[in-house]
Ligand binder design. Structure first.
Ligand code: GZL
Length: 374
């Protein structure tokens, strides 16, 4: 863990921000904004400017006082989320010079907007948001801007406004594309001609769900696979089990690939398939694909249950702190910083594949890799 974090922090200082299109249809549920003039706009994501000049941070924060941070976190739905929360709480500690106001929004978009407004009222120096859903943010971001409070978005994207200082996260569509292109290379290598796939997607309207679905669906269309169904498991183990139980009844004997959009859904799907007597993992009836690659997920790869796991890195906090320190010293920060991510499997499932012509490398899951994971 420490090695990986250090690597990321060094990478953070070298990270080259890319112009964020922060694409995504934003066509799903939107945050229910309670303010009177709220209107969840459906405008397509605006291109982010290259360099964002944040409103001047509170002078008081520069006087050696603790820097006051408000963090509105999605919830506590997954191992990934636990790691994300811990990373922020470890970095933004009082010992490091911060006063962190943390709110677990329990996957409730209205509560998340309310938390941000509470941060504004309490006069924090910075606001960090991991947006539960990608739209419905324009009004409250304007309120932050009017209050002169820089907002840093982490992990999931906001697709209906670019009125924030920076975003630190992952390219979710690329994760979906990686899973699709890997699956093509893998079934070809194994001589599997038919792909009948079931998808258990993440929380509807979350940019992680939108991007992963979009990327994987490109492979489905490109290779003419048969996608039997896609239902949301809400990024939870219970959700994954519930959907997989339904699938085992509706599609018994008709599927040979299951894609879960995070590890906790995969754990639930494994329970359901065990109960239904369906074998999965390398050399078995069903190819099980997952995302996140948390420690527990990699253990299931090593155990021969999950065939391939596509990482989404939760350790954004060091990148965010780097940005805040830059802003504190009057500097400007890149609009988008992308996290480093890897694709994991056992040797038997490590195959060569590329995304839009860019060759991809895969990482073998070993005890040492698991030990270093989050
Ligand atoms: C993705 C993150 C997702 C994870 C899930 O960046 O927002 O939310 O993939 C988590 O585990 O619930």
């Amino acid at each position: 863990m420490k090695k990986k974090l250090l690597g990321l922090m060094l990478a953070a200082t070298m990270a080259v921000g890319m112009l964020a299109g922060c694409g995504g249809s934003g066509s799903a549920d939107t945050a229910a904004d309670t303010s009177s003039d709220a209107a969840a706009t459906e405008a397509p994501a605006a291109e982010a400017e290259a360099e964002a000049e944040a409103p001047a941070a509170d002078a008081g924060a520069a006087s050696g006082d603790l820097i006051k941070i408000g963090f509105a976190q999605v919830g506590h739905e997954s191992d990934w989320r636990t790691a994300s929360t811990k990373s922020c709480q470890d970095v933004f500690s009082e010992a490091n010079g911060y006063d962190l106001q943390f709110v677990d929004c329990d996957n409730d978009s209205a509560a998340q907007l309310e938390a941000v407004r509470t941060f504004i009222e309490s006069g924090v120096d910075y606001i960090i948001i991991d947006p539960i859903v990608a739209t419905g943010w324009d009004t409250v971001l304007t309120e932050c801007s009017d209050a002169g409070i820089p907002v840093i978005v982490i992990d999931r994207t906001i697709d209906d406004s670019d009125n924030y200082t920076a975003w630190v996260g992952s390219d979710f569509k690329n994760e979906g594309l990686a899973a699709g292109e890997w699956l093509k290379a893998y079934v070809d290598a194994k001589g599997i001609s038919e792909v009948n796939v079931l998808v258990i997607s993440g929380s509807t309207g979350a940019s992680a769900q939108i991007g992963r679905s979009e990327g994987f669906d490109e492979a489905v269309a490109k290779y003419g696979w048969n996608k039997l169904d896609e239902q949301t498991g809400d990024f939870t183990e219970d959700g994954g089990q519930e959907v997989m139980e339904s699938y085992c009844k509706s599609y018994a004997g008709k599927f040979n690939v299951v894609v879960c959009q995070n590890d906790n859904e995969a754990f639930g799907a494994m329970t359901a398939m065990d109960n239904a007597g369906i074998s999965y993992g390398p050399g078995n009836d069903v190819i099980l694909i997952s995302f996140d690659a948390c420690t527990a997920g990699l253990k299931e790869v090593q155990a021969g249950k999950i065939t391939a796991d596509f990482e989404c890195n939760p350790l954004a906090a060091p990148f965010v702190e780097e940005a805040i320190q830059t802003l504190q010293s009057g500097g400007s920060v890149d609009k988008a910083i992308y996290m480093e991510e890897h694709w994991y499997a056992l040797p038997d499932a490590i195959v060569d594949f590329s995304i839009d012509g860019a060759a991809q490398s895969m990482t073998e899951v070993t005890d040492a890799v698991i030990e270093a994971q989050y």
